[in-house]
Ligand binder design. Structure first.
Ligand SMILES: Cc1cc2nc3c(=O)[nH]c(=O)nc-3n(C[C@H](O)[C@H](O)[C@H](O)COP(=O)(O)O)c2cc1C
Length: 366
């Protein structure tokens, strides 16, 4: 997996490739990362990495590097290896109304450039999550966004309602890549009307900032993204895993207990980039990108395609410290370019003829 290669690369030895082509971004030469001068250190401290990913309600993150749902538990599991308070936000494990045992094993397998998982939303249910983790999150500086899932609109609404007003919960991310039992198992995420309906219903149930997560498993994601925006989402997160399959070594059956799994990791980055690029041209709400991030180059690519922040998932398994390092590296990149904020890096690769500047506002420079 590329994640390992990324992990082995010492910070500052390889300078990030940046091809955003923006006149606003000047290459001012790299500071010596290992030994920044006093002046450089002061300049680094002045760089503003904060970003509001839900301006309509206000969800200001200290930096744009988030943890992707399902890859970091509830934020407490990595406490020994990662200073979680230095993260932009934590999207916790998918949470459902009732406890779920998850799918039959095997549930994960490595693939070239990534992995397949079919965990099946194993979780203790929303009430247990609130009771166990709410008091912990309440004391944290890092915002916690609870990723929620369900198999009916009523389920989603009830989970959102129970989370509404819980201290320590900063926002909700809707995982709509779930079968809608009432519609014969068709996933909410691949049906524009269902995506709109579940977003609107959850919007009515909570005042919390609402992020809705797109599935890549559609032919055209743009109408779905637009419907989600129209239904009142504060932000879009993109993308969830790609549907995939592995075969057992005896070639007699599918390898995963659930037959199908979700592909994640570096292999999906070009797909995620394409979707972020497309969606950025049709919605005005912020986009948080996810898919195959393993190094600063990936972060810069997603920003250039219109994302205001990124989530890191699969790469954490190989390199948990990557999360904090990416924030540090982004700060250095801003210093190298003479920027006091990373916002001028957002949207620089989008077509210049896409239309009026988006409501993402000052950070989007057509
Ligand atoms: C083991 C595992 C569990 C996941 N669980 C969830 C989940 O509960 N809810 C969700 O919305 N996405 C879940 N995802 C998808 C990730 O949040 C992310 O969208 C995807 O892995 C792509 O990012 P990456 O390539 O950085 O891993 C999971 C991914 C993995 C690898």
């Amino acid at each position: 997996m590329k994640a390992r290669a990324g992990a082995a690369r010492p910070v500052g030895v390889t300078r990030p490739r940046v091809e955003t082509g923006s006149a606003a971004v000047a290459d001012l030469g790299a500071p010596n990362v290992a030994r920044p001068t006093m002046a450089q250190r002061e300049a680094l401290d002045r760089i503003d990495l904060s970003i509001d990913i839900a301006p309509q309600r206000g969800l200001v993150l200290p930096n744009p590097i988030l943890v992707a749902s399902g890859t970091f538990g509830y934020g407490v599991e990595y406490g020994e290896v990662v200073d979680v308070q230095r993260l932009g936000a934590i999207c916790c494990k998918g949470t459902t109304l009732r406890p779920r045992a998850g799918n039959q094993p095997p549930r994960v397998t490595e693939t070239p450039g990534g992995m397949l998982n079919s965990i099946g939303l194993q979780n203790p249910g929303v009430d247990a999550v609130i009771e166990k983790y709410g008091p912990i999150w309440q004391g944290w500086k890092v915002p916690v966004i609870v990723n929620i899932a369900g198999d009916s609109i009523e389920d989603y609404v009830e989970v959102a309602r129970r989370l509404d007003g819980v201290p320590g919960v900063a926002g909700i991310e809707l995982n709509i890549s779930c079968p809608n039992v009432g519609k014969g198992g068709l996933q909410f995420a691949i049906d524009r009307d269902a995506a709109r309906a579940v977003t609107a219903a959850v919007r009515r149930a909570t005042e919390l900032p609402l992020l809705v997560k797109l599935s890549p498993n559609v032919s055209d994601v743009r109408p779905i993204a637009k419907a989600i925006e129209d239904a009142g989402a504060d932000a879009i997160t993109a993308i969830n895993t790609l549907s995939g399959l592995a075969v057992s070594s005896d070639r007699m059956r599918a390898f995963l207990g659930n037959t199908y799994g979700g592909l994640s990791g570096p292999a999906i980055k070009p797909v995620a980039l394409r979707i972020v690029y497309e969606v950025a041209q049709v919605v005005s709400i912020p986009i948080v990108a996810i898919g195959g991030v393993t190094c600063l180059d990936d972060v810069l690519d997603f920003l250039a395609c219109g994302a205001v922040a990124v989530q890191v998932g699969t790469a954490i398994f190989a390199d948990p410290e990557l999360l904090v390092r990416l924030g540090d590296e982004l700060r250095l990149e801003c210093l190298r370019r003479g920027l006091t904020s990373f916002k001028p890096l957002i949207g620089t690769a989008l077509p210049k003829w896409a239309g009026a500047a988006s409501a993402k506002g000052a950070e989007y420079r057509p």
